[in-house]
Design a protein around this ligand. Structure first.
Ligand SMILES: Nc1nc2c(ncn2[C@@H]2O[C@H](COP(=O)(O)OP(=O)(O)OP(=O)(O)O)[C@@H](O)[C@H]2O)c(=O)[nH]1
Ligand SMILES: [Mg+2]
Length: 394
């Protein structure tokens, strides 16, 4: 099975609580404040790994948590940073939030995206010492980390993609021109999951070519494997349209193009190289199609190898250059973040005192405040001060 989607819940670590501590010295009953700050909560990070093929390492609705920041302690010891949760995803993985908004596109090997940021740590009581308040008997608690559901969607990144009816010889062709070894057989739908191959030119240039399951008429209505895999063509810059010469070539060419048009998403506009395959079986009758998308026409045999070197050479000339160089050297862009999420800023902070808890700033409505207090470690009956008022946690 090829998994190109996964929905996961990510939860970054809570920031560690600030320390509430006073220096102990031999002859001094109560020294100055020396509680250190808590450590930041761990992040949940997605990393694009070129060795991964798909998203099958994720269980459905998997929950991923990063570590909590350590608490600050006496003698000004700061808490440890929470352990991050590093999740490896295949290159080409897009990250969407629950509303379907694209958050990031991990389009390059090694690209990293912090999908859930660890919570801000609490400050220790040392930080609250002032000339007027030399012994602050409170410390700040840490803030929870980001928490959200995200959808991971793999869209293969290929320079060119093969399209055509089942059995046209797409996989045979990919075996001929690239290092990939997809299965080839004399029945339709041999290829049931996308395969990527690398084509090399004699002068060392490389192109990646994707082989996706064959399309048939009615794919838009779900016939065959339907359109399920066409999303993987969305990021190709050219289509290699393979047609079996022993079939009615013009009719087949038109049928595939109708499916691309029905699917849309730009596939209908991609330039195409038409590859008439299996010329060892039948010399092709002239192929004419008045179609502005056609940028090349080749007659080949994936079995005998005839016409293959010419096709391979031409590919390097006709595949359009990547146009995203507007961002400078695109190889340096590790990932594209479409909508940087603002850090969840709280309008209030929770302090731990030696009697219980104190809220400063604008507290949220009751239910949310109660939840936040519990997360900060408040138990039933704990005393909470807000301004001049005091209440107990129910
Ligand atoms: N004679 C001849 N047979 C070919 C040629 N290319 C492919 N074939 C045969 O056609 C059949 C289908 O080839 P595949 O490469 O599996 O075709 P495909 O387009 O990948 O098919 P699906 O994965 O099912 O969509 C196999 O039996 C191949 O050996 C060719 O150039 N000449
Ligand atoms: Mg195949």
């Amino acid at each position: 099975m090829f998994h190109d989607r996964a929905r996961i819940h990510v939860q970054a670590g809570r920031g560690g609580d600030g320390g509430l501590s006073f220096r102990r010295e031999k002859h001094v009953p109560k020294g100055g404040p020396d509680g250190g700050d808590g450590g930041p909560g761990g992040d949940v990070v997605l990393i694009a790994d070129p060795d991964l093929r798909d998203l099958s390492t994720f269980r459905p609705n998997q929950r991923v948590k990063a570590g909590r920041g350590g608490p600050g302690r006496g003698a000004l010891k700061h808490g440890a940073t929470g352990e991050s949760a590093d999740l490896r995803v295949p290159v080409g993985t897009q990250v969407l939030d629950d509303g379907g908004q694209l958050l990031a596109d991990l389009a390059h090997a090694g690209g990293r995206f912090v999908v859930a940021r660890g919570g801000v740590p609490g400050r220790g009581n040392k930080r609250f010492a002032t000339p007027a308040r030399q012994a602050p008997r409170f410390a700040e608690t840490g803030v929870p980390g980001d928490e959200l559901w995200v959808e991971l969607r793999l869209k293969l990144l290929a320079d060119a993609a093969l399209v055509g009816f089942p059995n046209a010889g797409k996989s045979s062709l990919l075996r001929r021109i690239s290092n990939a070894r997809p299965k080839v057989a004399d029945y339709p739908f041999t290829t049931i999951a996308p395969v990527l191959g690398t084509v090399e030119s004699p002068d060392g240039r490389q192109l990646t070519v994707a082989d996706v399951p064959g399309l048939i008429e009615g794919a838009s209505e779900g016939v065959g494997l339907g359109h399920e895999f066409l999303a993987h063509l969305e990021r190709a810059r050219l289509l290699l349209h393979v047609i079996d010469v022993t079939e009615d070539t013009s009719r087949r060419f038109a049928a595939i193009n109708r499916e691309l048009e029905t699917y849309g998403a730009g596939l209908e506009a991609l330039p195409q190289v038409v590859v008439l395959n299996k010329i060892d079986l039948l010399r092709p009758s002239p192929f004419t199609a008045d179609d502005r998308r056609i940028v090349g026409l080749f007659s080949v045999s994936a079995v005998s190898g005839e016409g293959i070197p010419q096709l391979k050479r031409a590919l390097f000339d006709v595949v359009p250059q990547r146009s995203d160089s507007a961002q400078g050297d695109s190889d340096l862009v590790d990932f594209l973040v479409y909508r940087p999420r603002p850090r969840r800023e709280r309008a209030y902070r929770i302090f731990r005192t030696d009697r219980g808890f104190r809220i400063e700033g604008t507290p949220p409505e009751d239910a949310e405040l109660e939840q936040a207090l519990r997360a900060a470690g408040a138990q039933k009956g704990a005393e909470v001060e807000i301004g001049e008022e005091t209440f107990e946690v129910a």
